[in-house]
Structures are given as C-alpha cells and as structure tokens.
Design a binder for this molecule. Sequence first.
Ligand SMILES: Nc1ncnc2c1ncn2[C@@H]1O[C@H](COP(=O)(O)OP(=O)(O)OP(=O)(O)O)[C@@H](O)[C@H]1O
Ligand SMILES: [Mg+2]
Length: 361
Amino acid sequence: MMLNLKRRPDTKDVISLLRRIRYPGYDADIVSLGVVEEVSLPEPNSVAISLRHGGTSDERINRVVDEIKTLCAKTLKVSKVEVAIHRLEPELGERTGQVALEGVRHVIAVASGKGGVGKSTVAANLAVALRRLNYEVGLLDADIYGPSVPMMFGLTQARLKAGQDSRLRAVEQHGVSLMSIGFFLTERAPVIWRGPLVMSAVRQFLKDTIWGEKDFLIVDLPPGTGDAQLTLAQQVCLDGAIVVTTPQDVALLDARRALRMLKQVHCPILGVVENMSYFVCPECGAVDELFGHGGGERMAQSENLKLLARLPIYSEIRETGDQGTPIAALLPDHPAAQAFLQLARDVAQQVLEVGELSNKP
Ligand SMILES: Nc1ncnc2c1ncn2[C@@H]1O[C@H](COP(=O)(O)OP(=O)(O)OP(=O)(O)O)[C@@H](O)[C@H]1O
Ligand SMILES: [Mg+2]
C-alpha cells in the first residue's frame, strides 16, 4: 500500500507506516511493542529510526530492520533510510542482569515450546509435591499473558496491591507461596502490555516479592521460545529447567526449540516430562496412545536428557486444576499425584546434588 502523500512525509507518517510491521513472534506491531524508540527526519530526504533491542539474538531485530528498509523504500519518497539499534543493557547485576532472589536457594523453571501442553499443571503439582516432601516452596507464575496459578490454586478472587515499601507479599495456599500477575488483574481486564513493560513486570515480581526462606522456587514460564522467555530465563539464575511436551511431533519440535533456548542461557536441563502421553480407559483399563508412542522418550534420548515422567491423561488432573486444588494436594493417593511426587523427588535430588557439588569451596 502506498502512502498517498503530496507533501513530504513527517514523523507521524513514518510511525503509522511502522505500525504495519509485526515484531516476529508477537501478535503486535513494533510501535505498540515499544520497539520503535525514535523517528526523525534529519534532512528533508532522509528518515532516521532508532529501535530498542534487549534480546541476545539479533535474528529478529535484523528481520525488522530489513522490513523497515523495504517498506520505506517502497512507500516513502525519501532517498535515505537509516535504522539504528539501541541495545538495552541489563539494569541489574553483573551477569546478564540477573536478579538476586532473597532467601531462595534454588530456582527451577518449567518451560515448554508450545502452549497448552500442561506446563502450568506440571509447575503447580511439582510445587505442591515438593512441599509434601517437606521443602519450603514458592511458585512464580511468569505467564503474564495467561496466568493460571490463581485458578489452579483457587485464588481467582485474591487481589494484591503493592504496599508502601513496594514489596509484594507472596500468597500462601496449599503450603506454597505464590505470586502471579493474575492477583493484580480485575476480572475482565485484558492483559495488553507492551513488550518492554511485560519484561519489567516480571522483573518486578522477581525483585520485589518477599518469598521468605525457600528451598525451591518453581517458575512457570510463558509458553514459547521468543524474546519474552529468553529475557526471563536470563534474569534469574536458573538452577535447572524441566521441559514439558506432549508426544505429538509438533509439540516435540517446539520442545526442542525450548531446549535450545535454555542451553543458550546455560541453564542445566533436568529432563523432559511427557504429558498427556496416553489415556487409560476408566472402564476397561485399555491404554490408548492417542498422540503416538515414545515421542518424549526418543527426544530425551537424542538430546541426551532424562525422561523424568510420562503422565497419562486423567480427567481428575483437569478437574482438580479447574477447581482450585492441584491433584497432588487434593488426591494424594491418585496415581497422578504419586507421579508428581516421584517427579519432585527426582528434581530435588538432581538440583541438590549439583548445588552441593558447585557449593563446595
Ligand atoms: N495429564 C493431564 N490430564 C488431563 N488434563 C490435563 C493434563 N495435563 C494438563 N491437563 C489440562 O489441560 C489444560 C492445559 O493445561 P495447562 O494449563 O497446564 O497447560 P499450559 O501448557 O500451562 O498451557 P498455557 O500455554 O495456556 O499456559 C488444563 O485444563 C489442564 O487441566
Ligand atoms: Mg500455563
């Protein structure tokens, strides 16, 4: 589409043009996301654009630069388009802007490449199961776009406000200390946050929450492997991550992407959880592997990782989650609860072993 201008373009024209460019991996344009920092017309025939860039990989931002140049060349009658990249430095800490979490000994992320594979379910039940093993546990719902901790812990009515000292107090439920952006939203308020704001919200949760003394903090990462996840993974010193996948090929492909991202930030990977692996008919006990067989196992093998668990589909997992008490808390004898307990033992053992080794003077 041409900009039908009789006059020379001004900055507003350029900005509205830039609104046509989507930031790769996001459903929003580069202006709304705050990627465009400044637009100017230093000379009548030239446009200068500055972009904010906070990620570690330049792939996306380079794509944006190319798109800007192509679009401007096609649409604006100017002879020169200069695009500068303003690299955002991490605000805190020496090492990639990491946030120190007071009182928290080990941080474990639960990641997935694809949405809807059961990441939050695994995170919530792992947290509860670790608590059942007598560890002190926190759970951070870092899924800004689709927070699910409030629902899974029966706290959809809970609302928090930042106190005077701007510190946030974690909410206690089922023995676990919780923090979620869901606690700050009104019932229907949509979460339309700008990219950089999302980052600072998560950062604030990390920095300003009073967790108390915790053996483990489980972080439910947002789905996907975009800049949001990467930035988050860089902000906290992760002691380990679990990747959740379902056995379908598409999910496995995305899970591999998540693994690559975690490796990029040097996060030790504790293993893979294959969720919704199969369905056991409650009447006849027949096993139906509706999403194929052995996908998670093959991936774990080829990536040299441990397959930590294979969880079947149990209607009780969904029901308990929807009703506000994770199955690991509500039905401790259910095979799914037992499986989460085993997962918790395994995770704790791996993390504590590594921690002890690296803590040795
Ligand atoms: N093993 C299972 N058996 C039955 N239902 C399950 C199982 N695992 C997850 N679910 C259900 O599937 C739905 C999606 O799970 P969940 O919200 O944990 O996924 P997610 O990966 O966190 O999704 P999102 O990408 O939306 O954050 C939920 O309703 C949950 O209760
Ligand atoms: Mg989730």
